[in-house]
Design a protein. Sequence first.
Lengths: 314, 251, 263
Amino acid sequence: MLYSPAPLHIPDGFLNLVISLLFWVITAATVGVAVSKTNKSLGEKQVPLMGIMAAFIFAAQMLNFPVMGGTSGHFLGGVLAAIVLGPWASVLVMTAVIALQGLLFQDGGLLAMGANIFNMGLLTAMIGYGLYRSVLSQSKGIRLAVAGGAAWLAVVAAALMTSLQLWLSGAAQLQIVIPAMLGVHVLIGIGEAIVTVAALAFIEQTRPDLLGQKATAEKGGGGWVVAGVIVSLLAVLLSPLASADPDGLERVAEDMGFLQLGQSAPYQILPDYTIPFLGETALSTIVAGTVGALVLLGLMIVLGNMLKRKSNQS
Amino acid sequence: MPVTHPVKKYEFPECEGDVLHVNDLHFSYPDGHVALRGVSLRLCEGDKVALVGPNGAGKSTLMLHLNGILGGGGEIEIGGLRLSPDRLPAIRAMVGLVFQNPDDQLFSPTVFEDVAFGPLHMGLPEDEVRARVDSALEAVRMSAYKERLSHHLSVGEKKRIAIATVLSMNPKLLVLDEPSAGLDPRARRTLIHLLRDLPITMLVSTHDMRLVQELFPRTIVMDDGQIVADGLTMDILEDEKLLEAHGLEKG
Amino acid sequence: MHAEIFDRFHEAESRLHRLDPRVKVVVTVLFILSNALLPDGAWAAFGLSWLVLLGWNALSRLGVDFTFRRSFVALPFALAAVSAIFSPIGKPLADWSLGPLVLIPTDYGVIKFVSILLRSWISVQAAILLVAVTRFPDMIHAFEHLRVPGVLTTIVAFLYRYLFVLTDEVMRLLRARDSRSAAEPGRRSGRNVVWRACVAGNMAGQLFLRSYERSDRIYNAMLARGYDGHLRTLNPHVLHPSDWAYGAAAIFILILLQLVGRF
């Protein structure tokens, strides 16, 4: 009751290695940029602020409201964070929240964390901040409406992405998982939109300085608008397509080679997941697996060092 | 020459239709900490009772039971209605619980919306909601603050608004947790007058013994999850042994 | 007040508790990685993987069934994988039609589904054990040593510190709301779901502002103690040869596991 897992946190075991690592790489790279941006553009004051804001998001996710028949809706908060804190800070804040949920509460896996951060941190930052920034100069009503729309879309997009990741990992059939996930989250998104709009209206009423045109524009560049619009369009176009014609999507994925990547992986990181000169023996497979794991580990360390150096410089 | 006080024997008022009847209440927190060990008490219409005792005595836990936020073993009757899970909404309309920190109570942007929350949740028609908000704000002498933002009020003002948020529900019993904590002398004085003038049965937990002396004819002393004394305030405040044994000081 | 709910650390005197947190984090991640690498239907390897876990449980002195009893957190998510049963690949096992939908479970699909559940179930237990035998601040230190950017670990450290404060605040807000969520006999209460969601939104806004202002006060308190933008920590963790040995032994076992999984 105190802490109920959100339905979008993918546990370990559901995503295969290739998908897990792919999203870890994307997420790590983005978070790395966010770290260096934060070090450069935001003052030292931002670190405690982001820490408290992460605790705020975590606590706000406990805010429930009775829907009907004993069920209740929960608040996810990604879009609110993106609008109020700006995209880079919100990426870091959401990363911290998802990392803590995964590490401390096993709500979402460790290997799957890259995907979880992508779905709930990066997508929401792009959709939330990007769309909101595009209407900054409009009236309060329009801004709040766009924020609500973005909150709804962010939930739907995260659900769509989660379904696609599960499907690419071979853990779900597209024809079933897409309608099921989207159906549920189209409704959850409505609650998210109302809560987000009410929270923003509250903040605008009490501390308008936090949401001013200038304050918001300073938090992220115009590139976010482009990213937000593109991601939103993709989500809007892909969702009906995926639910109405999953076979079509499957064909496209197959043509582009995605499906093989997912369905038969991880045995194809290295050709047939064996080392050629060792032949097709168990030993060869083990060596291949170890090599793969080491390459990954090396990548992570190099990336980590790069980020560390970057953050030391600024 | 020793001063002798007139000895008054306090007797539980025998009243029909008790406002509150608690019988043998027990409660332990999930971590095993026992907070209430058999608490029984009765309040009659118009009673104004102080609940005193050291921190951790179980005062707040007892208060959270009175409208079913916590549920332990034992019986609670409010206005003759036995507390049970399916009666919670009705019970909560009768018991106005005011929390220690007014910030917890005030979660809406404006004072009006906060005071209107209870009546709106009860499904009252709009004009009645407005009437109730007006009279509740009138009762705490904050009518001028209707459209103000709760966020910008002083602590004393917030406390009064917090009381208004439950008055608007027309409760039978008002339960206040530490109403005078953190107030400056003037805000405290205003609060005392306010509580004195409210014609409602109330149970007030406090560490402010001067407030107890001034406002409440009857006092209940709690320690370690039990009621250790229940009687006339003037008697209890004279009983230095009792006060000392339970970490209290006469104001 | 909720400390015991959020603090997943379990005190005990064991080698696993004293093991360097870096070794524990890395081995846990490798263990989960190893589970992801095991092919579908490698039942023997899954079984052994679970035995390894039981061994660690025993080593932690928290009880052999410690993680088992707490391992059902990921169960609701299993619903998402149910559809894997109806994989187009493999031999059909049955033919269920639900209205317009025809569902054909296949042997490949069933093996896939069960494998996913096993992987997930074993992996989540490893993560549970990790937090049970490692204090969270130590874990944050481990990530710092493992080159996770300092900004991120600092944010997580703040998050962990203020988690308790803010969740208490939320609990009190919710209690205050529930106290006033009353009904009169014969009247529909609670208005409508949009209004209730708006109230939750107001509470989120309220909580946000209070958190925001709290962070100002915290920052001032930090400045007062000489904070200049860099958090300095002592690094008390030193890798002893025996820590290396434990790590190496764990990795050796994982390699054996993979061997078994592929025969």
